[in-house]
Design a protein around this ligand. Structure first.
Ligand code: LLP
Length: 419
């Protein structure tokens, strides 16, 4: 390992989190609890920026909108990619300069476009990425004539699950062979500044072919657009940089991805942009949860915990694997057994999967790894369950970033019964 890798290792494994500290946080804030280490987010960003020194890095805020995360990345000089009016509002409120903010509108509801057009008025420099000619028409109807980027459907998808392979899904972006025509029309009403495509989530070092193909198609398009006299500032080739979810998965070789990206893009008169979400935040977060039930069943052991699909939806939606570690004192001396870990929601889908754990006991504290990305963001109040709190660690100090919801929060949006 190089000296730089020792200082800033490419992955933080679940085993690297200090058990004592996590137990202290669980005692202080209760469980389930999202714990997010902002210093690790900073390290992940620096590694990404070092691998792509010539590129602009836009953090995909959908992975984690916790305010200290946004502030940390803003402080590092990152741009931010937003998926909705809500994210846009949060990101600007967190102090990210508008010139570094992109809003990617996907079939945007009118309410989102109204907010985006107003915010663009108030904060010049904001860029709106449109993935359909309709979106451009609707922006023009709102009097918007500012910076526009065109999202193109590259016809190449990739990802850890079919449900996240956006690049091959016609829902996203203007079909590749219609892009030039849509851009020509857009240039009459807006300041066209960029091209965008996203293959999907989970680029793995083992097979960079889909990534290469997407980038190469975007390079071709940028050159064609340039030849037609349209000056664009950037070519955004999306995010999706994978992280190791299993303890024996290798971390992504970012330098190899960067090299492949440069090679596939070729010479273009525009800056390269990338949009990592999970890479920056996944291994910066864990969910802490407590064992409340241990049930011997004919086929094994079911371990019931407080965190379920409402806390971490990824296993239920994508069969995603998140490693689980027991933080119970003395766990090291217990024999390991294979167990099924399941949450408190009345659904069979509410499982955190099969795991080998030191023989679990009621009251044990467990940590669920790689929960910094798409954990809190995909949480819900299903079963009228209040969402857990989030704690952020910065320079060793813990602070509450989101308090635990109460049942009163869940019902607060309902009108009061008339007496
Ligand atoms: N850019 C765009 C336009 C995107 O749609 C996404 C993710 C990203 C960047 C960032 O992708 P990332 O680097 O985080 O993989 N909930 C799923 C992931 C869905 C992501 C959708 N778009 C999951 O938990 O795996």
């Amino acid at each position: 390992m190089s000296a730089a890798q020792v200082r800033n290792p490419p992955v933080r494994r679940l085993a690297d989190w200090p058990a004592e500290r996590l137990r202290g946080l669980a005692d202080e804030y209760g469980t389930p609890l999202y714990v997010l280490d902002a210093d690790r987010v900073r390290e992940n960003y620096r590694r990404m920026a070092d691998a792509f020194p010539e590129a602009e890095v836009y953090y995909a805020a959908k992975a984690n909108t916790t305010r200290p995360v946004l502030r940390t990345l803003a402080d590092e000089g990152a741009g931010v990619e937003c998926a909705s009016a809500g994210e846009l509002t949060r990101v600007l409120d967190a102090g990210v300069p508008a010139e570094r903010v992109h809003y990617t509108a996907v079939n945007p509801p009118a309410r989102d476009l109204d907010v985006a057009a107003r915010l663009a008025d108030e904060h010049s420099g904001l860029t709106i990425t449109a993935g359909a000619a309709d979106t451009l028409d609707r922006l023009a109807e709102r009097g918007y004539s500012g910076r526009v980027c065109l999202r193109v459907n590259p016809g190449v998808g990739a990802g850890h699950h079919e449900k996240v392979a956006t690049g091959a899904d016609a829902k996203f972006g203007v079909p590749y062979d219609r892009a030039v025509e849509v851009l020509d029309a857009a240039a009459e009403d807006f300041e066209v500044v960029g091209l965008h495509a996203h293959a999907g989530s989970g680029i793995s070092g083992e097979d960079l072919s889909a990534h290469r193909e997407l980038v190469s198609r975007m390079g071709d398009l940028a050159r064609e657009v340039g030849e037609r006299g349209l000056d664009i500032e950037f070519v955004d080739v999306g995010g999706g940089f994978g992280v190791p979810y299993r303890p024996d998965d290798d971390p992504l070789d970012l330098d190899a991805v960067a090299e492949a990206t440069r090679e596939a893009l070729g010479e273009v008169e525009a800056t390269l942009a990338v949009e990592p979400g999970r890479y920056l935040v996944a291994d910066a977060g864990v969910v802490l949860t407590e064992v409340n039930t241990v049930k011997e069943v004919p086929k094994g052991v079911v371990v019931g915990v407080g965190a379920g699909m409402t806390t971490l939806a990824r296993p239920a939606i994508y069969d995603a694997h998140h490693q689980i570690r027991s933080l119970a004192s003395g766990a090291e001396t217990r024999p390991e057994r294979e167990v099924v870990v399941s949450g408190p929601v009345c659904e069979s889908a509410d499982t955190l999967g099969d795991h080998w754990l030191p023989d679990p006991e009621r009251g044990d504290l467990l940590a669920i790894g790689n929960s910094g990305a798409y954990g809190y963001e995909m949480a819900s109040q299903y079963n009228s369950r209040p969402r857990p709190a989030s704690v952020v660690l910065e320079g060793g100090t813990a602070s509450l970033a989101r308090r635990r919801e109460t049942i009163a929060d869940v019902t607060a949006v309902e009108p009061e019964d008339e007496a």
